[in-house]
Design a protein around this ligand. Sequence first.
Ligand code: DC
Length: 226
Amino acid sequence: MADAPVLTIDGPSGSGKGTVARRVAEILGWRLLDSGALYRILGLAAERAGVSLEDEKGLAELARGLEIGFESRPGEEGVRVSLGGEDVSREIRTESAGDRASRVARWPAVREALLERQRDFAGPPGLVADGRDMGTVVFPGACCKVYLTASAEERARRRHKQLKEKGLNVSIQTLCREIAERDRRDAERSVAPLRPAPDAVVIDSTGVTIDQVVDRVLAVVRERLS
Ligand code: DC
């Protein structure tokens, strides 16, 4: 029996990946992996356990033992994420949680420790995997690969809107600076740096609606599976 199909959606933060991945998974009825959430949870767990973000071995050990839960509830935007049974969905979505995630994600041993956990998400009828290295490292054999991007300014604007809706107030200039810094760290690290897989379809979502991006991603899936 052929393996269940995997659609990878990689790209920088604020490119719209998360929303697009969720909608596409919903439309196709496929499973969803939000791999960034794993690194965010690890960052939170490290903070709670007092493990330094510089302690590669300690972080990898912590990563192997994490008790993580993902749960989709009908009618709710986004997935509920739990750590050791506690709902941490809100806590892992802050800017500082994103920054911590990007720091723990630098370490090869941490990435290795989370590899199988990510691959375990694959299965029938299919998987939409959202992240930075889904098409290059975690699912290199995926049938469908998309790399989603957008200008840094547009991404900062989108992030600002999202945070404002959550009642958090951060200036666009600060966001733009933080996004550029995080992009640089994610793209320059030695393992699994942020870059499109050679066989990925690159979609620039600057000035394009989410619905249009979703349609283009669905077209990629249809074409690659036909
Ligand atoms: O997609 P996100 O913003 O939730 O990701 C948070 C951080 O986690 C991101 O800055 C880099 C890291 N990350 C990664 O290194 N590899 C992934 N597959 C997903 C996220």
